[in-house]
Design a protein around this ligand. Structure first.
Ligand code: F6R
Length: 365
């Protein structure tokens, strides 16, 4: 049942190229036309939307943060991302001009269902992104976009997350094309990028030994800091959650620019810091944040795109990601972080597929 893999998590990490392909298949036609049969919102209805909420928990919430950056960039509609357990109790400002997107792998998370109902009760249209056909969330929402990840067994979410990202990109493109805020050429470029991803991820997975080796040398670490800016910050949060939930190593994700506002105090000799730097316009800024860490003796593992050699000799180790359009880089960049968490947990002897204190589907609040 684990298909020759030692754990479901490793199997599911390896299923990502296929899951991603299955999630965009049939939904991109003629280069960039987005066909989301279940996203019935019309141009006219969209013209009346002035605010989007994305609401979810855990890993799905992290997918939502990528959603905020991407929808705002493509469709120029303000997006607020919220944790479902916060959203449902804070009387958020929702009306018929609000569009709500809920994201839930299981479609059964109690807080997310409650948030969905809260949004609907205030006349917001609700789009659900879920992996489970017929789930509560899919039945309650106005529009449903399925992720075709297949069953996710490991508690730590991997392929559900990357397919949620694909769904988010498709929605962002669809909204932007309907609003006319991006050109068809640009949309086609993003679609090409998405289509190229499965093979690139596969290539990276075929060379995962580098990550495994790094994990074997660092699994005894006490704390890990994940740093990024923009989309890389969203990925940093997901990488950090993966590590703590299965390896029980303390980790935190920071927007790299926030480092000097407190966290830098925690960097000491040898503190492992993972820097994700895929965004070209933010690279110089990341570089100075990385130097803030190395100057204090911190050990930095950096993830950059192939071809960018600027960190050689600056950090402890650089791992190169297959070159990917930076707009969709999170789908690529999260894969090594999943692997790193996995191998560190295995090296520590943790029960990777069933980490302590967590349930696969959180149906109680
Ligand atoms: C982390 C993880 C959880 C879930 C969260 C939401 O790896 O699995 O953080 O992402 O409980 O679950 P769904 O997406 O089913 O609503």
């Amino acid at each position: 049942e684990k298909g020759g893999y030692e754990h479901f998590m490793l199997k599911e990490i390896h299923e990502q190229p296929k899951a991603i392909k299955d999630t965009f298949r049939g939904r991109i036609v003629d280069g960039c036309d987005i066909v989301l049969d279940d996203l019935k919102i019309t141009k006219e209805q969209l013209a009346n939307i002035d605010k989007i909420f994305i609401v979810a928990c855990g890993t799905a919430y992290h997918a939502g943060i990528v959603g905020k950056y991407t929808i705002e960039k493509f469709a120029r509609i303000p997006v607020e991302v919220d944790i479902a357990s916060e959203f449902r109790y804070r009387n958020p400002i929702i009306n018929e001009r609000t569009l709500t997107i809920v994201i839930s792998q299981s479609g059964e998370t109690a807080d997310t269902i409650a948030a969905l109902k809260e949004a609907k009760s205030h006349a917001s249209r609700v789009i659900a992104i879920t992996n489970v056909v017929g789930s509560t969330v899919s039945r309650e929402a106005d529009d449903v976009i399925y992720t075709w990840a297949g069953p996710e067994i490991a508690v730590a979410s991997t392929k559900a997350y990357t397919t949620q990202l694909v769904a988010i990109y498709l929605i962002a493109l669809d909204l932007a094309l309907k609003k006319g805020t991006i050109t068809r050429e640009y949309a086609a470029e993003i679609c090409e990028g998405l289509k190229a991803l499965p093979e690139k991820i596969q290539n990276f997975l075929d060379n995962k030994d580098e990550i495994q080796k790094f994990a074997s040398e660092h699994y005894n670490t006490r704390d890990v800091f994940y740093l990024g800016r923009g989309l890389d910050y969203a990925v940093a949060m997901e990488g950090s959650l993966k590590l703590k939930e299965i390896s029980y190593i303390h980790s935190e994700a920071y927007a790299a620019g926030e480092l000097k506002h407190g966290t830098l105090a925690l960097i000491e000799d040898g503190t492992l810091t993972i820097a994700i730097a895929t965004q070209e316009n933010l690279f110089e800024k990341m570089l100075s944040n990385i130097r803030e860490v190395t100057t204090r003796g911190g050990y930095v593992l950096a993830f950059v795109m192939e071809g960018n050699t600027q960190l050689e000799g600056v950090v402890g180790k650089v791992i190169y990601l297959p070159e990917t359009l930076e707009e969709i880089a999170p789908i690529m960049a999260v894969v090594p972080l999943q692997l790193l968490a996995y191998y560190m947990a295995v090296d520590k002897g943790c029960d990777v597929d069933k980490p302590r204190n967590l349930a696969k589907s959180v149906t109680v609040e």
